[in-house]
Design a protein. Structure first.
Length: 94
């Protein structure tokens, strides 16, 4: 397991449960981490996120809706994790 772990994980956050989520469990929910996704060179927003993650690491966990596994916050962080060979990512289930 290769985990992209957040540096700021709240202890007992309100209405949130911390988990280390497998990216493979999110594949069906996030187009950017599906196996056939092709990164677009003009995706400036992702490039900013990528640069920040390379310099500072993952600061906060992504947020996932517990009922259906949809990523509510952090789709680009999931894309980064997949691109750099991570298998799991810090997440909060809401």
């Amino acid at each position: 397991m290769k985990l992209l772990k957040a540096s700021h994980i709240q202890k007992n956050p309100k209405r949130k449960v911390y988990v280390e989520m497998a990216l493979s469990d999110l594949v069906e929910k996030v187009n950017r981490i599906q196996p056939n996704y092709v990164e677009k060179p003009d995706d400036v927003e992702f490039q900013k996120v990528e640069k920040d993650l390379l310099e500072n690491g993952l600061t906060f966990p992504i947020e996932i809706r517990k009922s259906d596994g949809e990523v509510l916050q952090g789709k680009q962080r999931c894309q980064f994790a997949k691109k750099y060979g991570y298998t799991h990512i810090s997440a909060y289930l809401l």
